[in-house]
Design a protein around this ligand. Structure first.
Ligand SMILES: Nc1ncnc2c1ncn2[C@@H]1O[C@H](COP(=O)(O)OP(=O)(O)O)[C@@H](O)[C@H]1O
Ligand SMILES: [Mg+2]
Length: 532
């Protein structure tokens, strides 16, 4: 249903138009002169005015000018008897949507008004669409940098401009408290500084409490619930809407038009547009809050991890040092087989725990800053042999052989961070040991490629990795078997650390694997080859 005002000094035309348009489902009022028409328009908004061109008093062209000043969203169709091209063009230039020639038949009237109303609707939708697209882009931007206040100020400005308001404000609910606090203010609100209020108090408070939008078109008198409030005489019209997301009240938006400025009232369509805005605003605020909460949590986790690993490392190092010293003569002193077995068990498990704690520590370092690569020339063949040797005991527990594919005297100098590359090898070999059944074989080796690149690999004949998890395993915390009951220990951080180290070297790590056949990890370090 649309609101239409028919202005014509001929009673017959008034009645005809009224009858036809009411039958079309519209609400129709009539006026017999331009002056009367303007009086009605000052009190309520219309979607369309059908106006005669020649009338005693204000004529159609002057009337059109006035309407475009005070009610720019109202469309005007001029009805004219003398079809001179000039007057028609003048009307169109003055902002009329169209003109109808007298005498007209009913279908002409219906189609002209329908076309006009459809167009107006499209224009409104387009306007809202354009604005919300803008909001969407903003939201993405805002999620990266801006504060909630800056975001709300921006949205409010868009809303005020798009709806031709003179002033506006956004109140935000303080979580856990029934208070509304002004977060963004636009335009002339200084007269009574928008101040904090309780939910339920004043107009914004009422809207917040009832979660119902409000369209004020002619003062507060018509609202029973605001009888006690002092009406602000300068406000000609207002739209007040709650901002709600998934049943949670986030705040309230108020838009005002002043008598001494725009001086025309908001319509139902304006209220609808505000609803679209508010809907998007609610989504953006929620997304922003969620994001902030996630960042905070993430920072907290990183901090926690750094603390935990550091705290664990200190006593562990003390135990490990004492154990090393003790081992030397304890083994000689204890000639009991069982006793020695227990000592071995203790030292093996200290070693294990050291790798775990180091993983944690490396990971928290990786999270807090970029990994620094200190390049130096070293022999990678030797590092591979050394690492394999370090893990012999660990592999021996499962009767796994760690075999180096390069011949025993082979040498290959490369330029890379020695400690980091060793860390990569340790992580990959320990993984292979963990995910290979007793008696399996792990092979490690390296070779030069294209004269300047170096590649090294760790292969096993273990349980394998499903193909759809090849990317996933390099993500932090990811484990193919993530269940609590899994056999292998670990935090799911090793490969994330490995990948970060290789990335920092400008290298690449790839995996090939087949279930129950084995896995093969290959690391490529471009341009690192120095010579044999
Ligand atoms: N050699 C391998 N064979 C089979 N699965 C592996 C192998 N290496 C890694 N994976 C899989 O990738 C996951 C992630 O490895 P990683 O990041 O080192 O974490 P963690 O070893 O602590 O579980 C492992 O939990 C495992 O599911
Ligand atoms: Mg691991």
């Amino acid at each position: 249903m649309h609101k239409i005002l028919v202005i014509d000094d001929e009673a017959g035309i008034q009645e005809l138009c009224q009858r036809v348009l009411i039958q079309e489902g519209h609400a129709v009022k009539t006026a017999s002169s331009g002056e009367e028409g303007l009086e009605i328009l000052a009190k309520e908004g219309f979607d369309l005015v059908l106006s005669d061109l020649r009338m005693p008093g204000i004529d159609g062209i002057k009337l059109l000018k006035k309407i475009k000043e005070t009610n720019p969203e109202t469309e005007v169709i001029i009805v004219t008897g003398q079809a001179t091209i000039e007057t028609a063009i003048e009307a169109l230039k003055g902002g009329a949507f169209d003109y109808i020639l007298k005498p007209f038949n009913i279908s002409e009237l219906i189609s002209a008004s329908k076309k006009c109303l459809d167009y107006a609707k499209l224009k409104r939708q387009e306007n809202v669409f354009r604005e919300t697209t803008y909001l969407y882009q903003l939201a993405q931007e805002a999620l990266k940098t801006k504060s909630e206040k800056a975001l709300l100020e921006f949205i409010l400005t868009r809303m005020v401009k798009s709806l031709n308001a003179d002033a506006g404000s956004v109140f935000i609910v303080i979580p856990g408290q029934c208070r509304l606090v002004p977060m963004a203010v636009y335009g002339d609100f200084s007269k009574d500084k928008e101040s904090e209020m309780k939910v339920g108090e004043k107009i914004a408070g009422w809207v917040a409490d009832k979660r119902t939008p409000l369209l004020i078109q002619d003062g507060l008198e018509s609202f029973e619930q605001f009888k006690k409030l002092i009406s602000r005489p300068e406000i000609v019209s207002a739209v007040v809407s709650p901002i709600v997301n998934q049943g949670m009240l986030l705040g309230v938006v108020c838009l005002n038009r002043f008598k001494y400025q725009t001086n025309y009232v908001f319509t139902d369509h304006d209220l609808e547009s505000v609803q679209v805005f508010v809907f998007h605003t609610a989504l953006i605020i929620t997304a922003m809050r969620n994001q902030l909460a996630a960042i905070e949590l993430d920072n907290l986790k990183t901090e926690f991890l750094a603390n935990v690993s550091h705290e664990l490392r200190t006593p562990l190092m003390a135990i490990s040092g004492a154990m090393e010293l003790l081992m030397v003569f304890a083994k000689a002193l204890i000639d009991n087989e069982k006793g020695r077995m227990f000592l071995d068990m203790i030292s093996r498990n200290i070693e294990r725990m050291r790798y775990l704690v180091n993983d944690l520590l490396d990971f928290s370092r990786m999270e807090t800053g970029i990994i620094k690569v200190l390049r130096e020339p070293f022999d990678i063949c030797q590092v591979i042999r050394e690492t394999a040797q370090d893990l012999v005991v660990r592999a021996g527990e499962k009767q796994i052989t760690v075999q180096c594919d390069n011949s025993s005297g082979e040498k290959m100098d490369i330029m890379a961070d020695r400690e980091r590359i060793k860390q990569v090898l340790i992580n990959l070999i320990i993984n292979s040991i963990k995910f290979t059944a007793n008696g399996g074989v792990v092979r490690v080796g390296c070779y030069a490629k294209n004269g300047s690149d170096v590649e090294f690999y760790v292969k096993d004949n273990g349980i394998g990795i499903p193909e759809d998890k090849f990317d996933k395993i390099f993500e932090k915390f990811y484990q193919v078997d993530g269940s609590v009951s899994r056999v292998q220990q670990g935090f799911g951080l090793g490969l994330a650390i490995v990948k970060a180290i290789i990335d920092a070297h400008g290298g690449k790590i790839t995996v090939e694997s087949e279930i129950n056949k084995g896995s093969s990890f290959t690391v490529k370090l471009p341009g690192s080859f120095l010579g044999k």
